[in-house]
Design a protein around this ligand. Sequence first.
Ligand code: PSU
Ligand code: MN
Length: 306
Amino acid sequence: MQRFLKLSSEVRDGLRAGQPVVALESTIIAHGMPFPENLATAERVESIVRQEGAIPATIAVIGGVLRVGLSDDELASFAARDDVAKVSRRDLALIVARGLDGATTVAATMIIAAMAGIETFVTGGIGGVHRGAPETFDVSADLLELARTPVAVVCAGAKSILDLGLTLEVLESHGVPVLGFGTDRFPAFFLRDSGYGVDARVDSEAELAAIVRVKWDLGLGGGVVVANPIPEPAEMAPADVDEAIRQAVEEAEAAGITGKAVTPFLLSRIESLTGGDSLVANRALIENNARVGARLAKALIATRAS
Ligand code: PSU
Ligand code: MN
């Protein structure tokens, strides 16, 4: 598989030298946030990871090559273009075989991070079980990837465009630990508490790293969800979030949106329906995740040495 994979020289040298590296996804850039806020956020996240002493590795498919670590121009191009495919596990072979460009979801980013030897991945929110899934079967491939691919995913939980109760049930079925960072509540992206609990509250990056390392050393494999709530000052009003999500879900159903188009449709409608508010919150939570992720990557390196 190494023939399909290309690491930037910074990422390659860093991994060889045992430095902490943090994977970042590109679907959030190409399909999760509007231009130019997506580019500003992606650049800011990379710079926070650096400030914390880790190397950022944004992951995407370019010309059919699995790329780990993008140049500034490549990042800017993914942010500005509107013709980049959304690539999850099932799309990877097709996009690579045809030599196309693709933005990687949480699932596809985990796969490529693991190929490259990166253990920590920072994003905003993971995909999950959609509302109405008992009828539609719409369950994000992110959850199945978390079940099988050994990467720790730092996120602010998931948006309640999803059925978060069912999402947590599926994670449990597949043996994916959901660790609350400094909280015993599962966060709902814009909100610090979804109404559901986590498996365990963990208060330091060192303990997160210890749990993740033991999971892999036990041979259990698979991912871990590190659920890091949005900082309090950036939290949105629950009533505003609930109403925007209710309306967005209703519009998606009325418009007959299905498959991989569902999540991008809902995200963009929520942005419009909440005005600029959701974007400000989005940015605050992912920057917060970048800080925790970089520290977790460092702590994971320390557990290797011992
Ligand atoms: N949720 C968000 N923002 C995002 C996504 C999800 O709050 O940008 C993106 C991520 O890339 C995630 C993908 O992996 O959507 C999930 O898509 P789907 O539901 O089609 O599996
Ligand atoms: Mn889906």
